[in-house]
Write a protein that binds this ligand. Structure first.
Ligand code: SF4
Ligand code: SF4
Length: 344
């Protein structure tokens, strides 16, 4: 069932191209602000990063932030990655998309954008994003993207304040013409740490994942989860076949590159696995040799119930939640209600 080769094959890289952002989202892992971040990777360094990645793998490259569209070179970087054979996606807030920038996104070869909506109305979304008018500007951005023929998905981060809005958020995504509805489950780090009390309980989490499982079977668009590893366990339980959704990919197919060029298992797990600037931009070497990445690939060495759970290879639990809770990134996932059998 387990395979080191599968664990290691690089499938997705998220590059935090900048931390600059005009919004003040309560759950932001980067606690991003509308200010300069002078240490962020330059255009030349970004090209080196893309060249090194594409020399050994062809993952999806997600250009994220902050607000990636505040970088004036974002289209050149996207074009370079596209030309190197990477599938490029981008995660803007939506407010900077107009007819001109939409055309540039399209021409840069960006295959999909994701826009976050955390409430299905202006009232709930704006409250969460911390800026009045954020909902309206995101919808405007979506409409410009649509006109330019750019595929888009809606991302929502689930917290106690919007968990009951999941059906209306899905309806909104369908009505807007999204290709997918991707549901993120809050990881209480960054500005999100102050939101610990907004995190849903393990029982609510289980109920929400069961709703996602049902919705994914009936919805006309793709309904999926991110950072809800035990969704894979729920799918496997519901179909009797190995689930494809969920599962923590941190360091196991997925890498986060910070704005300063630090490689991490993911944006929520703030562990320095290697500094591109100190390692001559040798992404491949860090990805293959970092002790943290190697530890994450040895799922049998996880401690607590995730170390012996029969779903550990498809799920693995969220390493960032384990770290936030206990200081040990190999400890058991605190948000999972499942009680595994010790004798399997
Ligand atoms: S550690 Fe948690 S937040 Fe990070 S990729 Fe895995 S599931 Fe997502
Ligand atoms: S116990 Fe751990 S590995 Fe098993 S389903 Fe829960 S989170 Fe996943």
């Amino acid at each position: 069932m387990n395979s080191d080769t599968h664990q290691q094959a690089l499938r997705v890289v998220a590059w935090e191209t900048t931390r600059r952002c005009e919004l003040q989202c309560k759950h932001c892992r980067g606690s991003a602000r509308n200010q300069d971040y002078p240490d962020e990777l330059s255009t030349e360094e970004g090209i080196c990063l893309i060249d090194n990645i594409s020399s050994f793998a062809k993952p999806v490259l997600i250009l994220t932030g902050g607000e990636p569209m505040t970088r004036s070179d974002i289209y050149d970087l996207a074009r370079h990655a596209t030309d190197r054979g990477l599938r490029v996606a981008m995660a803007p807030c939506g407010s900077l998309i107009n007819s001109k920038t939409a055309a540039r996104i399209k021409n840069a070869g960006i295959q999909r954008i994701s826009i976050s909506l955390d409430g299905s109305t202006a009232e709930t979304h704006d409250a969460f994003r911390g800026v009045k008018g954020a909902f309206e500007s995101a919808i405007n951005g979506i409409n410009y993207a649509k006109k330019a023929g750019i595929e888009f998905q809606i991302n929502s981060t689930v917290t106690r304040h919007n968990v009951t809005e999941l059906p209306s958020l899905l309806k909104l995504a369908v009505d807007l013409g999204a290709a997918a509805f991707d549901i993120f489950f809050l990881v209480p780090t960054g500005r999100g740490a102050a939101l610990k009390e907004m995190e849903i309980s393990p029982d609510e989490y289980e109920k929400a994942l069961r709703w996602v499982d049902e919705a994914s079977k009936t919805s006309q668009i793709t309904v999926k989860t991110t950072c809800a590893p035990h969704y894979a366990r729920i799918q496997t339980q519901s179909t009797g076949k190995r689930g494809h959704g969920g599962g923590c990919m941190g360091g196991r197919g997925f890498v986060f590159v910070s704005h300063r060029g630090i490689l991490q298992p993911c944006g929520f797990l703030d562990l320095n696995c290697g500094d591109l600037r100190k390692e001559d931009f040798n992404f491949k070497k860090i990805y293959e040799e970092s002790e943290v990445f190697q530890n994450l690939r040895k799922v049998d060495n996880y401690t607590g119930k995730c170390g012996y759970c029969e779903y550990r290879y498809v799920c693995g639990g969220c390493r960032a939640r384990a770290y936030a809770q206990s200081g040990d990134y190999l400890a058991e996932e605190p948000s999972c209600t499942y009680v595994p059998r010790k004798d399997l």
